[in-house]
Design a binder for this molecule. Structure first.
Ligand code: ADP
Ligand code: MG
Length: 281
């Protein structure tokens, strides 16, 4: 990256700079930062995969993360609920705050953190269990045993994930028998069942056909305003359709973070422009 790109990129992107859609200002809580990174770096051994990122992610908005393969999108996303901890040799520097609390403090309860910050991955990964047991898994882990309470949670979560009508008569069937798109909505439902505040979505539609993709995009629109959503996507149309704000990463650096409409029509950085116009991928 050029020195000037780095200089532009290292400027802190404040939530005040982020566009708040006027019609959603009230419901969305006025764009309070939910996650704040400050000079936040993530390493694999000596390799700095994410470089001194400073950014505020507004609460209850959809933030898209775009950039070429290997630029650190997944690494950054996984760091938010400390999934990177599971990778030997990885460590962080700088700070990452969630709701004003230091995510990387030694006092952080990781199980609770991952309950509040759920994740859906590229490939649907239901457990080889019944649909019911997939959704009830998290609530059971957190101590809920009562069958009626669990049944209510299962129904509510499947409804939120726009899957209830398709599966309500076969909750006892193995989840692996569902279509790919249904499995991915099941993964959303499983995440929603523990009442998270943040949903981290890592290319949630890249393994799905266009119809299933459209359903997931509709679902994101439904959930928008109720959850803080961060979505990594390679699909620029998808980023423009579903997100309020977009982060563009390049070689581990956050190059630009702006309202989605602005980033795609009037990027401030020439590298963002080169990327969105397809000059490199
Ligand atoms: N578990 C790992 N161990 C070592 N290096 C990794 C690991 N995961 C990712 N990387 C490296 O970190 C960089 C960022 O990867 P990643 O976050 O997966 O990028 P993206 O999601 O943007 O494609 C890449 O250079 C990748 O090779
Ligand atoms: Mg990735």
């Amino acid at each position: 990256m050029t020195a000037s790109a780095e200089a532009t990129a290292s400027k802190t992107v404040s939530v005040r700079d982020i566009y708040l859609p006027p019609e959603r200002k009230k419901v969305a809580g006025g764009g309070v930062p939910h996650v704040s990174a400050k000079n936040f770096s993530i390493y694999y051994g000596e390799f700095e995969a994410v470089k001194k990122v400073s950014a505020d992610i507004p609460s209850k908005y959809v933030t898209a993360i775009i950039g070429p393969s290997g630029c650190g999108k997944s690494t950054f996303l996984r760091s938010i609920n400390r999934m990177n901890d599971l990778i030997p040799n990885s460590h962080t520097t700088g700070s990452l705050m969630f709701d004003g609390q230091d995510v990387y403090s030694k006092f952080t309860d990781e199980v609770l953190l991952r309950k509040k910050i759920g994740m859906v991955f590229q490939k649907p990964n239901p457990f080889p269990k019944s649909i019911f047991d997939n959704i009830a898994y998290g609530p059971r882990l957190h101590g809920i045993r009562d069958r009626k309470t669990l049944a209510d949670i299962v129904e509510k979560s499947l409804r939120k994930a726009a899957l209830w009508d398709e599966v309500c008569d076969r909750l006892d069937k193995n989840a692996l028998g569902m279509s790919g798109g249904q499995q991915q909505r099941l993964c959303f439902a499983r995440t929603l069942a523990v009442e998270p505040e943040i949903l981290l979505l890592d290319e949630p539609t890249s393994a799905l056909d266009p119809r299933a993709t459209a359903k997931i995009e509709d679902l994101i629109q439904e959930l928008r305003g109720s959850y803080t959503i961060m979505i990594v996507t390679h699909n620029m149309q998808q980023a423009s359709r579903v997100s309020d704000n977009t982060m563009f990463f390049y070689e581990g650096t956050l190059v630009e973070f702006a309202p989605t409409a602005q980033l795609f029509t009037n990027p401030k950085n020439s590298m963002t422009e080169d990327y969105i116009t397809g000059r490199f991928s």
